[in-house]
Design a protein around this ligand. Structure first.
Ligand code: PLP
Length: 284
């Protein structure tokens, strides 16, 4: 199997060997955090941004601060092994759980895997995606008043996101965009929404409970350095329908243009080459 496993002990292990105990709270309650990163040309794209997001999320999830030195050593070990077994891109998943329910040490569990990038990624990069908007009960501002909802945190409790993807795929499209109770666009189940409107890049505000995307962050930093306007503000679905372009950004796929949303063709060919900017910024 072309999967690399770096065990909680920080060693390359047989990917078929068990890593978790039956009482690990990551499994029992989905209680923990994860990060998914792209391994490309022997390095991890945006590692510092991912570590910063994990570190910021830990207190929100009530977890001890992760040890960046330990994680960096595990990442180095994993990437070295990956290069020796696979020439192409890899998807690195770092898992950080609350640890065992019945372990008096209370230590969190930390391990990582690197696997080949799923086939759907190349198609989404090349051909874009068809998407549907999905309603949610999320009220703008809820993230601030109800931090226990863990919105804006990359929590292991991800089953609803995957169920959303399964739902839209069952309806014959590739991806989804969540919409708040007040009709504003939030994010994809595993991506950040960026629209090109009037020659600027626009994304929903981070305090609206969306995950702070590392790909969007790197894109906006590069875009601003090249004089391209950026904005974080509420976006209505109607605005997104009529945007010059709509993109779904994420660490592994990088940039997928939404070519159709709710059955309507989306704009194509804006003045900004979003895919090029995202691919260039992903190295930063
Ligand atoms: N929003 C959600 C809900 C996600 O799960 C992800 C990534 O998996 C993103 C946004 C994009 O984040 P990033 O660019 O850091 O991969």
């Amino acid at each position: 199997m072309q999967v690399v496993l770096v065990s909680p002990e920080g060693e390359v292990a047989d990917p078929d060997s068990p890593v978790l105990h039956a009482d690990d709270l990551g499994i029992v309650h989905g209680d923990g955090l994860f990060e998914t990163m792209l391994v490309r040309e022997g390095r991890v794209c945006g590692l510092d941004r991912h570590l910063a997001r994990l570190t910021a999320a830990a207190p929100v999830a009530g977890l001890p601060a992760p040890d960046p030195g330990r994680i960096e050593a595990m990442v180095r070990t994993g990437v070295r092994e990956w290069r020796s077994v696979h020439a192409g891109e890899g998807m690195l998943r770092l898992v950080y759980t609350r640890g065992r329910e019945h372990d008096p040490s209370g230590d969190p569990t930390l391990y990582l895997t690197i696997a080949p990038v799923p086939d759907r990624v190349e198609s989404a990069r090349r051909h874009g995606v068809r998407a549907l908007t999905l309603p949610t009960a999320y009220q703008p501002g809820l993230a601030a008043t109800s931090p226990w909802l863990l919105s804006g945190v990359k929590s292991l409790s991800y089953a609803a996101n995957i169920a959303a993807l399964r739902h839209v795929r069952g309806l014959g499209v590739d991806d989804a965009i969540f919409v708040s109770a007040s009709g504003t666009v939030l994010e994809g189940p595993r991506s950040t929404v960026v629209a090109v409107i009037d020659g600027a890049l626009v994304t929903p505000p981070r305090d609206d409970g969306v995950l702070p995307g590392t790909t969007q962050d790197a894109l906006f930093e590069l875009a601003e350095s090249e004089g391209i306007g950026t904005d974080q503000r509420p976006l209505t679905v109607t605005e997104v329908y009529s945007a010059d372009e709509v993109w779904l950004l994420s660490s592994v796929t990088l940039a997928a243009r939404v070519r159709e949303l709710d059955g309507r063709a989306c704009g194509a060919g804006s003045v900004i080459d979003v895919a090029d900017l995202v691919h260039r910024s992903a190295g930063s």
